[in-house]
Design a binder for this molecule. Sequence first.
Ligand code: HEC
Ligand SMILES: [Cu+2]
Length: 356
Amino acid sequence: MKKWLPNMRFFSLIGLMALLLAGCGKPYLSTLQPAGEVADMQYSLMLLSTSIMVLVIIVVSILFIYVLVRFRRKKGDEAIIPKQVEGSHKLEMIWTIIPILLLIVFAVPVVSATFKLADVSPMEEETRDENAIIVNVTANLYWWEFEYPDLGVITAQELIVPTDERVYFNLKASDVKHSFWIPSVGGKMDTNTDNVNKFWLEFSQEGTDKANGLFYGKCAELCGPSHALMDFKVKPLPREEFDQWVSDMQNAEVSEPVNELAAQGEELFTQYNCIACHAIDTGEQRPTAPNLANFGERSSIAGRYEFTEENLKKWIKDPESAKPGNKMTGSYDHEGMTEEELDALSEYLLNLKVQD
Ligand code: HEC
Ligand SMILES: [Cu+2]
């Protein structure tokens, strides 16, 4: 074998890994590109702990190699027993005190960050800040609901928040344990069925711009066959635009069908009993399915597909292959649905909007 070949292999491996890992660095999905106060804090703690660990590894490796080389038995040494240091006061002090110091260096910022991250006083009754936005998050197999209790607004699959201020969350689950995570902004925190977890996040305008206005959110707790597809999107807006969105949602009437085809779709929506599960009014909460009042403004379908008419039809016709185990499959006659019916339903749904 030629001499340079193993080298080439080594470098191609490194190159391949670099390419692969580069995929992890998307600003809308990467913990390593923090986009807000919480993410910044968590990122600096990661850096600090990693640096301390790397420092320890380097020092220990150097000592190890030094001792191996320096105290090797050489020719002529056979009969000599080196100086014994067992129980050495000095050495024991050194290797007890150094780790304690390292732990203190780590513990101080960790404890202080823990208290900062747990400060939800603006959402508590006694210390309530009237301007703070509160969102009740409910995680369901396999979709997310976002309710703004003070604003009387409900939406699903897409979280809308103001930028550059703290947003407070009540987290719970309706069926099994899930976990709420927006990798580039912070989290994750469990959503449980028997208690409400609270925390806050801040979405920086700068990070939002880098991510082109849309962050990806994830379920971070294995919850069933479609766990990996239980995604949501986060759209942070400057405060005025957020207020505009809220008032549009508050004043929205239930969308009238825009044309003949959409009117047929609306009828089918009742005939197929879609309406039994899906609310189409911005303020109405249904534990059975995502609220569709502003469905036409989403950026994905079922948190899974890109937002196109074709994908919408694919979803309605066969939700099971899109998200195995989802709670919509089997609730109506999928197989019997005709192309014309799918056309009408999607025309209706794609035009459910609250903003012009
Ligand atoms: C048994 C209740 C139920 C019925 C009936 C039902 N759905 Fe659904 N639907 C759901 C659930 C649950 C989801 C969320 C699925 C997921 O993402 O895991 C969903 C998701 C959707 C979505 C994606 C929503 C989003 O925010 O991305 C659309 C669109 C939709 N359904 C349309 C329909 C249509 C059209 C019908 C009637 C033909 C219908 N659904 C009937 C329960 C139902
Ligand atoms: Cu999950």
